[in-house]
Design a protein around this ligand. Structure first.
Ligand code: AN7
Length: 367
């Protein structure tokens, strides 16, 4: 029977801090495809799947957390919300604030967010301020606004965000029938790795709800592998970075808010958080679009870059199930697709309005 996906809160209500009386703010997020990655599976000898989070309403995984954060904002009687963002959080906050009928202010680092994300925040009517500073500076200001002014903070330091984002792990288990052996994802502010780990842990044990105890859904939890951009890799350095730098603007973050929970995810799962270079990120970005048919933004390719790098080092086991979250859509930041490996831009071939010339250009012979 046809089933219309109802968004992550209604689909997973018994595992989220909501009640039947909660007024749910949703745009139908979640229920994203888990795509078998044929070429990555061939490469590694494991079954590799991509959790394609670009299929969310605003084109990134942030919508899973934003439905919860905006629902909580409405429940708290907020009139306005604020967030700091490298782009995707602002796009999501702006859309969900519109759905909730709330005012939205977003703080973004000047010149360092993609055109697609900027357009989304503007299109949804957010007040967008470009701060003369990086994401970490923006988050400092947003936190202070949330504390001392009448605005509700919807960054992932708000626990409602992590609650919503943990549903990504639930969906993976629901699709595969059990948890994967390894879960790979990019790490920026570190909310998502924390959220997935929370979700996997909750699904692998009995879970107490208001209506009784739910049985465990999975038999195990995965090993968590996180990858940061080399120029913005505080977890690899072991301390915050004051001048983070990478072409992957989504994860250009030097002082992750969810530090302790990300370290716990890494260590409790027996996993790792390592770095990949911008060149490795762009190569993985190309791999996904040219070999798998999945178009992501550069930051989203960091997990895939990490898997390819670990494979080259002989550190990816075969015969396992591996899931990689690709976090945001390629149309967010499309100009990277037009960049060739030597750094020049692809120029489309121009042809006259004539079938014989077009056929010749395509190398076709008449049958
Ligand atoms: C595509 O939008 O931090 O480690 O302000 O947009 O949970 O922060 C975005 C982060 C990965 C990193 N991939 O996730 C923001 C923001 C994409 C992202 C991350 C982000 P976290």
């Amino acid at each position: 029977m046809a089933h219309q996906w109802r968004g992550v809160i209604r689909e997973y209500a018994d595992r989220l801090p909501v009640t039947e009386a909660t007024k749910v703010i949703t745009l139908g997020e979640g229920g994203t495809p888990l795509v078998h990655a044929r070429k990555l599976s061939e490469l590694t000898g494991s079954e590799v799947y991509l959790k394609v989070e670009g299929m969310n309403p605003t084109g990134s995984f942030k919508d899973r957390g934003m439905t919860m954060a905006m629902t909580a904002a409405v429940e708290a009687g907020a009139k306005a919300v604020v967030c700091a963002s490298t782009g995707n959080t602002s796009a999501s906050a702006a859309a969900y604030a519109t759905a909730a009928g709330l005012k939205c202010a977003v703080l973004v680092p000047e010149g360092k967010i993609s055109m697609g994300k900027l357009s989304q925040a503007i299109a949804h009517g957010a007040t967008l301020l470009q701060v003369d500073g990086n994401f970490d500076n923006c988050l400092d200001i947003a936190r202070k606004l949330g504390e001392a002014y009448p605005v509700f903070l919807v960054n992932s330091v708000n626990p409602a965000r992590i609650q919503g984002q943990k549903t990504g792990a639930f969906e993976v288990v629901d699709s595969l029938g059990d948890a994967p052996d390894i879960h790979v994802l990019p790490v920026g502010n570190a909310g998502n790795i924390s959220a997935y780990w929370k979700g996997y842990k909750e699904y692998s044990a009995p879970f107490e709800t208001a209506n009784g105890t739910l049985p465990a859904v999975s038999t195990k939890t995965p090993i968590m592998w996180g990858f940061q951009a080399a120029g913005a890799a505080p977890f690899v350095a072991g301390h915050p970075i004051t001048e983070p730098d990478t072409i992957a603007t989504a994860i250009r973050i030097g002082n992750p808010a969810s530090w302790d929970t990300a370290v716990a995810a890494r260590d409790e799962s027996g996993g790792l958080i390592e770095a990949v270079t911008d060149d490795e990120i762009l190569a993985a970005h190309r791999w996904l679009s040219a070999k798998e048919g999945v178009f992501v933004e550069p930051g989203s390719a960091a997990g895939v870059a990490g898997l390819i790098k670990k494979h080259a080092a002989g550190e990816v086991p075969s015969g396992k199930t591996i899931v990689i979250t690709v976090t945001g859509h390629g149309l967010k930041d499309p100009q990277w697709a037009l960049r060739t490996e030597d750094g020049s831009d692809v120029q489309p071939v121009k042809v006259p309005n004539d079938v014989v010339t077009v056929a010749a250009e395509l190398g076709l012979e008449e049958n």
